[in-house]
Design a protein around this ligand. Structure first.
Ligand SMILES: Cc1cc2nc3c(=O)[nH]c(=O)nc-3n(C[C@H](O)[C@H](O)[C@H](O)COP(=O)(O)OP(=O)(O)OC[C@H]3O[C@@H](n4cnc5c(N)ncnc54)[C@H](O)[C@@H]3O)c2cc1C
Ligand code: SF4
Ligand code: SF4
Length: 569
């Protein structure tokens, strides 16, 4: 019999794959209905977080005596860490990769894109080199907190990484360069051109929801690294279910190796370089409680996307050496209200400004023109931190058609075209969408006090007629009245957390620093395990995956240089 444990992150892959629709959403995760399941095992094959298990499967742990190994470089963590492994191995180094999970990829497998400011593609297209401008821009954006040294590594390193990636595969098949028309900030992108991932790699997945991987830029990097190891015959050994535990230092305080634990015993690897690419701490309740106690305040459990193995092990290893994380450089994400992790099509519709955001008291609570990030502090104050996004079918159709006919979404048109089926399907499930033929029926279905939603809509429609939102000042263009004619729908939204990031302070060479800012020789930090791009309550100014792949590339390259210098000494 198959079951789903609490590590499910709601990526929908099993749900889309099950041939008999035995998988349904319950609370904040999927569950298998044992009365419908035919034990085919397909769902377990597509589960990236290994959350689905066969209760009848035998215990396959192989117990062993302590093992000793030797390498030039150990990479702990096989998300973006695989980039460092390949880079170092290409220089002839013997690399051992430790991966705590049964599968490779970490959160990298979920992430959509990374964004070089300038690469050979930009150069060939005659686009201006905006890297110095970008450093200035990001420095200003972050009030100098990150430091230009690290920002320079991020901005130049990502371009170098991308140029290098182009030597490993026919990257043109997967990415395109989009001219943004001006040298400027475009979200986490600075410059004149966006390197965009063209289309999701679906493998065998039936999944139609493109909000969350696997299959985007991060997955592509993972596959390209694994392909390169094979094609170039690189000396890279990957040990899955091996969690790095303790760093070993020599008498001078330099890295001498690392110990790892697997279900069957321990392994000690002696190596002059360890690269910590162990990810963030998004699945560690203890660390989130310690660093951001407010996270668990509130009535509705916050859905978290991080893979179950991202528990901030880099922080633990550094703490053993007496190095504490800098709390102001840790980022615990929390966004909402979002219709996550249900239909992404409906999630997009729900946040359009013509919808009404209504709380469980049946009252509007926000100007719906606001951005999701700006709404988060406000949704946190609503009853149970829940909002329903409400409109009549006619108006939802109008919004859906706008998406369908928007040339910018041409590649996703097929997702929007099924909006009605998705709305109807979800209205038959427990949580995601409520439906009423009348407003009174909808109000009841949402559990709002009698008369509350009716009064909210009456007032809103009156404001629409006057052309002025008396409650929140929403713009006239978005004041679309709720029609007299039903049916009416309420799309559920709540807070979610993508990941929690940070821990290790690194310098521009990605060397891990002690609290006195001196580097620990031979120790490098990558991606979410580091605080390089993170500040309290603020997203990374360049995207998180951008820093992850870039810092991994830079760490792999610098590790090789470090070993060469050490050999000269
Ligand atoms: C749902 C989701 C969507 C996202 N979308 C985007 C996006 O679109 N754009 C973007 O820029 N960023 C995005 N991010 C963030 C991005 O995925 C991460 O910033 C990035 O992938 C981090 O890479 P990493 O290698 O540092 O960590 P990970 O990819 O998480 O890799 C860490 C690896 O280390 C392993 N590990 C942990 N502890 C140990 C140990 N002790 N020993 C050995 N192995 C260990 C883990 O199992 C994991 O495989 C998203 C994140 C999530 C969760
Ligand atoms: S993580 Fe994804 S595939 Fe795994 S159980 Fe949850 S929804 Fe299914
Ligand atoms: S084992 Fe097969 S039938 Fe059962 S839930 Fe998984 S995919 Fe569906």
């Amino acid at each position: 019999m198959y079951k789903i444990n609490d590590n499910c992150v709601g990526c929908h892959n099993c749900f889309s794959e099950c041939p008999v629709q035995a998988i349904e959403w319950v609370g904040t995760k999927y569950e298998i209905d044992p009365d419908i399941c035919v034990s085919c095992g397909l769902c377990a094959k597509v589960c990236h977080t290994q959350s689905i298990y066969d209760t009848d499967a035998p215990d396959d742990v192989i117990y062993h005596d302590p093992v000793t190994m030797h390498a030039d470089v150990v990479v702990a963590g096989c998300g973006s860490g695989l980039v460092a492994a390949v880079k170092a191995a290409q220089a002839g180094k013997k690399v051992i990769c430790l991966e705590k999970a049964k599968v490779l990829g970490g959160n990298t497998d979920y992430a959509h894109g990374f964004f070089p400011v300038y690469s050979k593609w930009h150069e060939e297209a005659g686009m201006p080199d905006a890297r110095e401008e970008a450093i200035e821009h990001f420095d200003k954006e972050t009030d100098g907190i990150l430091g230009k040294d690290v920002l320079r590594t991020a901005v130049y390193g990502t371009g170098e990484f991308f140029d290098w990636l182009c030597t490993l595969d026919d990257v043109h098949k997967y990415f395109r360069l989009v001219d943004l028309g001006s040298v400027d900030a475009h979200g986490p992108i600075y410059g004149s051109g966006l390197i965009e991932f063209k289309q999701r790699i679906k493998d065998n997945l039936n999944c139609r929801d493109d909000a969350i991987g696997p299959g985007w830029g991060g997955t592509y990097v993972k596959y390209t690294m694994l392909k390169t190891i094979k094609e170039q015959g690189l000396d890279v050994t990957i040990l899955t279910e091996h969690a790095a535990k303790h760093l070993i230092l020599d008498e001078k305080g330099a890295i001498a190796g690392v110990t790892a634990e697997d279900p069957g015993g321990t392994t000690t690897i002696y190596a002059p370089v360890v690269i910590l690419a162990t990810g963030g701490f998004g699945k560690s309740d203890e660390k989130i409680k310690e660093f951001k106690p407010w996270f668990f305040e509130g009535e509705t459990k916050i859905h978290r996307f991080s893979v179950p193995t991202d528990t901030g092990d880099g922080i633990d290893m550094l703490r053993e050496l007496g190095v504490e994380p800098v709390k102001s450089r840790l980022f615990v994400s929390m966004f909402g209200p979002k219709h996550h992790p249900f239909s992404n099509t409906l999630a997009d519709i729900a946040l359009e400004p013509e919808m009404l955001q209504v709380n469980l008291d049946g009252k509007r609570w926000v100007n719906e023109e606001g951005h999701l990030f700006g709404m988060t502090p406000l949704i946190s104050k609503q009853p149970k931190e829940i909002s329903y996004s409400i409109q009549s079918l006619d108006n939802i159709r109008m919004i859906a058609e706008r998406f369908i006919n928007n040339p910018a979404f041409a590649s996703k048109k097929y997702l929007y075209e099924t909006w009605y089926e998705e709305l109807e399907d979800e209205s038959r499930l427990d949580t995601p969408v409520k439906k009423g033929e009348t407003i009174e029926e909808l109000e009841k279905a949402c559990g709002m006090p009698e008369g509350s939603l009716t009064e909210t809509i009456r007032r809103y429609n009156e404001d629409c007629q006057k052309g002025a939102d008396s409650e929140f000042g929403k713009g006239k263009a978005h004041m679309v009245p709720v029609s007299d004619k039903g049916p009416y729908y309420a799309i559920y939204g709540q807070r979610f957390s993508e990941a929690s990031m940070g821990g290790l302070m690194v310098d521009g060479q990605c060397r891990v620093l002690r609290n006195d800012n001196t580097p620990i020789p031979g120790l490098y930090g990558v991606g979410d395990a580091t605080s390089a791009m993170h500040r309290e309550n603020a997203l990374a100014v360049i995207s998180e995956l951008t820093w992850a792949v870039c810092s991994s590339y830079v760490s792999g390259r610098n590790a090789v240089n470090y070993i060469a210098e050490k050999e000269v000494d």
